[in-house]
Design a protein around this ligand. Structure first.
Ligand SMILES: N[C@@H](CCC(=O)N[C@@H](CS)C(=O)NCC(=O)O)C(=O)O
Length: 215
């Protein structure tokens, strides 16, 4: 069956990095279209016509939009089941753990790191209390993630795209001056993945995108 035509909307440093890494891991061909979040392009009529929520990632599949990282990662893994985005173990427990990992990153961590990196997006008032509260919540979440890596090495016991998602969230928090010192395993997580060609390619695509957008 021919591969569907895939277009990924992306901004460098955004969580759409994880979708890129998934597409690269799966060996799919796709086009990257940049949405300049720094310039507010996501709120313009052109992009809202494609993505009603004005967010990245968004994957066009033969012209039809699919939003939400968790859905996009699931779609890619279903399209290329042998690519190893998730462990091959088909047990109900492992399938559920994979969903749980994506949900933890997208539903629990993402709002917390947004509150750390960009509190003004969450309040019209003083951002500092939002940042402080978000840091407290993130400490609990990253503490849990650190313990999980200590027990299993990877989120699911072997490498999966959930590790890339978790690393993205931790990197955003750390870059926003979240105190990362209590989390040595999360700090070393990216280094352990750095020899994966898909991870490398994701970083290259991000660097190219930054250059294109002059960031
Ligand atoms: N729940 C969504 C969150 C997507 C999201 O918030 N993306 C951010 C970038 S990391 C974004 O597009 N922000 C632009 C905005 O909210 O204006 C997902 O998991 O895909």
């Amino acid at each position: 069956m021919p591969q569907p035509e895939l277009v990924l909307y992306h901004f460098p440093g955004a969580c759409s990095q994880v979708s890129i890494c998934a597409l690269e891991t799966a060996g799919l061909s796709y086009e990257v279209r940049l949405v300049n979040l720094a310039a507010g392009e996501q709120s313009g009529a052109d992009y809202l016509g494609v993505s009603p929520l004005g967010k990245v990632p968004l994957l066009l599949i033969d012209g039809e939009p699919l939003s939400e990282n968790a859905a996009i990662l699931t779609y890619i893994a279903t399209l290329r089941p042998d690519a190893g985005l998730f462990p091959a173990d088909p047990s109900p427990r492992m399938r559920a753990e994979a969903v749980g990992g994506m949900s933890f990153c997208g539903g629990t961590l993402h709002p917390q790191i947004r509150g750390i990196a960009n509190p003004s997006r969450l309040t019209d008032g003083d951002g500092e209390p939002v940042r402080k509260k978000s840091e407290a919540l993130a400490k609990k979440s990253f503490g849990y993630a650190e313990r999980r890596l200590a027990e299993r090495e990877w989120w699911l016991g072997e490498w999966s795209i959930v590790d890339v998602y978790l690393n993205w969230a931790f990197t955003v928090a750390r870059n926003a001056k979240f105190d990362s010192t209590p989390y040595p395993l999360l700090n070393g997580h990216a280094g352990k993945m750095s020899d994966r060609p898909a991870f490398q390619r994701m970083l290259e695509i991000d660097a190219e995108a930054r250059a294109t957008l002059k960031l």
